[in-house]
Design a protein around this ligand. Structure first.
Ligand code: AMP
Length: 213
């Protein structure tokens, strides 16, 4: 059972990925998280990524694809959950090729739908664990440490200016993936403007119907 989460920034992809990983044992692969880890290194790539990520612009396909391929090669037959890739039609075609070459397929694409005003409110209150990437909201979590013991920080791109850039990129490029996967009959729209447990419950119902397995 391979899953893809499609959503605008701050729609709760990371939280749902975490819940899906715990319940179904799928291996969550977040290209944003892979890039943030690569950006922590002080090599040429790390320094370049730090700058791009701060602005909210997309990273070049070649860099993202290489990190993704490395991660895929470690899967060893486990089901996967993709979060943050593909972000445009070109990347979706690259993913199609990667899946054909590794004899795999996508079974479910969940589109997490949240209005822009709500996303802006979430961005302002979001804190992210420096170590494991888990996300919290200051509106419900008053501590500055994660359940793993890591420090909670404000991501360099979690501000309204970078959000606007990321949202524009999303509207311009990523939204076109909705019809791309709809045509294949594997896309499910989820109202994600609700508490994360309710969103997860809708996803669970679809997965447990086994409709695409
Ligand atoms: P995310 O954690 O998914 O919000 O991604 C954070 C940032 O990582 C994005 O704003 C982009 O700069 C970069 N990024 C993540 N995934 C991709 C991708 N598939 N293609 C290009 N850039 C990406």
């Amino acid at each position: 059972m391979n899953i893809l989460l499609l959503a605008p920034p701050a729609a709760g992809k990371g939280t749902q990925a975490d819940l899906l990983q715990k319940k179904y044992g799928v291996v969550a692969i977040s290209t944003g998280q892979l890039l943030r880890e690569a950006a922590k290194k002080n090599d040429m790539l790390g320094l370049k990524l730090k700058e791009v990520l701060k602005t909210g612009q997309l990273v070049e396909d070649g860099i993202v694809l290489e990190l993704l391929q490395n991660r895929f090669s470690e899967l060893q037959g486990s089901s996967f959950l993709l979060d943050g890739f593909p972000r445009n039609i070109r990347q979706a075609e690259l993913l199609d090729k990667l899946l054909v070459n590794t004899n795999q397929k996508l079974d479910y694409v969940f589109f997490l739908d949240v209005p822009k005003e709500e996303l802006e409110a979430r961005i302002i209150s979001r804190r992210t664990c420096e170590d494991c990437g888990k996300v919290y909201s200051v509106s419900t979590h008053s501590l500055d440490t994660c359940s793993c013991g890591g420090k909670l920080i404000i991501r360099s791109d979690d501000n309204l200016e970078a959000f606007q850039k990321r949202y524009d990129e999303y509207v311009m490029f990523t939204e076109s993936l909705v019809p791309y996967y709809e045509e294949r009959g594997i896309l499910y729209r989820i109202n994600a403007n609700r508490p994360s447990e309710e969103v997860f419950s809708d996803i669970e119902k679809i997965l447990e119907s086994g409709i695409n397995d």
